[in-house]
Design a protein around this ligand. Structure first.
Ligand code: 3PG
Length: 401
């Protein structure tokens, strides 16, 4: 952003303020992603740009798939200035609003995943032809991508614009890439990934890459652990299988089997799990899981086993909660593992909305080497993948200067 004169320019900026939402009251549970874009947005506002931000929240069909109205107020609190919420993405109404903007103003458009093609991952030249790119590209002077947390997706708003217009990396994007690439230059061995959360398809791809690049341990929790346990032949119970089916991830069990065959000693599975029994937490060894209870956390013996590995690790990368940590009965696994990461002498990077929200609550920030604004994006990069959004920004630089 350094060599661009923003005064009076119309700037389209992609940010990532996708935030965990409290299922009970619909409130946003964390400020961190909003704060992470403060530097980029402040710089644009202060330099007199007319800034329009594009962002997503959740995925179609999920409980946290919602409008960005509350996000606009939260962004406005963080920046200390008005953020106008425009409940549309590329209609003529948006065009009019942009036309009427004054220097230094900021608009947040509607959840870009309300537009159906936004959730399809395809090559950038195809994404450049989508309506969301074609209908907005001509009204802006420059596109900025500051959404590091979405940089692993090849979706229109992250890879489409750089194909057709001048594009720059935002301050957050720059910092994340520099920090993570710095850590990757000399990782201390042994390397341990802690993979939890519900994006198990992403996590298995990451495990695959990380293991093929010599990672020693993958500790599993959340949906990733359930899938791997099923892959190893454990009966994880109907509610947990239903949950996997609901997420359209049944096919991941076969992928898990292949991984376990190839890396039997490196992928570490829970030895006990916590379930809800008449409103109470009940822990059961993985070999005795009952049929009708949903797995909700890793158990005490698993935590002990994982802690030993973490204490001996030279580098730790963690993404995703190990259980349903929003429920006080099932926060144990996530919290204990985060505390161990903070206590260890290893280089540590944590990412992911839920993981970061939990570490915020425990005030562990000072003891973790890097807290990333990205979840899967961060661990994808750490595992050795190139991020499509970053690659497109490089290409755009060559094409448009
Ligand atoms: C994230 O929270 O990891 C990013 O916002 C990307 O979201 P997605 O996994 O739904 O693409």
């Amino acid at each position: 952003m350094d060599d661009y004169e923003f005064q009076g320019k119309k700037v389209l900026v992609r940010i990532d303020i996708n935030t965990p939402i409290n299922p009970k009251n619909g409130e946003l549970m964390d400020y961190r992603r909003f704060k992470s874009h403060e530097e980029t947005l402040r710089e644009l506002i202060d330099s007199g740009a007319r800034t329009v931000a594009l962002a997503h929240q959740g995925r179609p069909g999920d409980m946290d798939f919602t409008t960005l109205e509350k996000h606009a107020s939260r962004l406005s609190e963080v920046l200390g200035c008005e953020v106008k919420y425009v409940d549309s993405i590329f209609s003529s109404y948006v065009h009019k609003e942009v036309e009427n903007m004054k220097d230094g103003e900021l608009i947040l458009l509607e959840n870009c995943r309300f537009y159906s093609e936004e959730v399809i991952n395809r090559p950038s030249d195809v994404q450049a032809k989508t309506f969301i790119v074609q209908k907005l590209k001509d009204i802006f002077d420059v596109y900025i991508n500051d959404a590091f947390a979405t940089a692993h997706r090849s979706q229109p708003t992250v890879v489409g614009y750089p194909v057709v217009m001048k594009s720059l990396a935002g301050r957050l994007m720059q910092k994340e890439i520099e920090t993570i690439e710095g850590i990757l230059k000399k990782p201390r061995k042994p390397i341990t990934f802690v993979l939890g959360g519900t994006k198990a398809d992403d996590s298995l791809k990451i495990a695959q890459k990380a293991l093929s690049n010599g990672t020693e341990h993958i500790l599993t929790g959340g949906l990733v652990a359930n899938i791997m346990l099923a892959a190893r032949g454990y009966r994880i119970g109907e509610p947990s299988i239903e949950f996997i089916r609901g997420k359209k991830m049944i096919d991941q069990i076969d992928i898990g089997k292949e991984l376990l065959e190839k890396y039997p000693d490196n992928i570490i599975l829970p030895v006990d799990l916590a379930l809800e029994h008449y409103g109470e937490r009940m822990e059961i060894p993985v070999s005795d899981l009952p049929k009708n209870y949903k797995i909700s956390d890793i158990g005490h013996k698993t935590v002990e086993k994982y802690q030993q590995i973490l204490m001996e690790s030279g580098t730790i990368f963690a993404n995703g909660a190990l259980g349903i940590f929003e429920d006080p009965k099932f926060k144990y696994g996530t919290e204990e593992i985060l505390k161990s990461i903070a206590k260890s002498k290893a280089f540590s990077v944590i990412g992911g909305g839920h993981t970061v929200a939990a570490s915020n609550k425990l005030e562990l920030h000072g003891d973790i080497t890097h807290i990333s604004s990205g979840g899967s994006a961060c661990v994808n990069l750490l595992a050795g993948y190139k991020l499509p959004a970053v690659e497109e920004l490089k290409q755009s630089r060559k094409k448009f200067g």
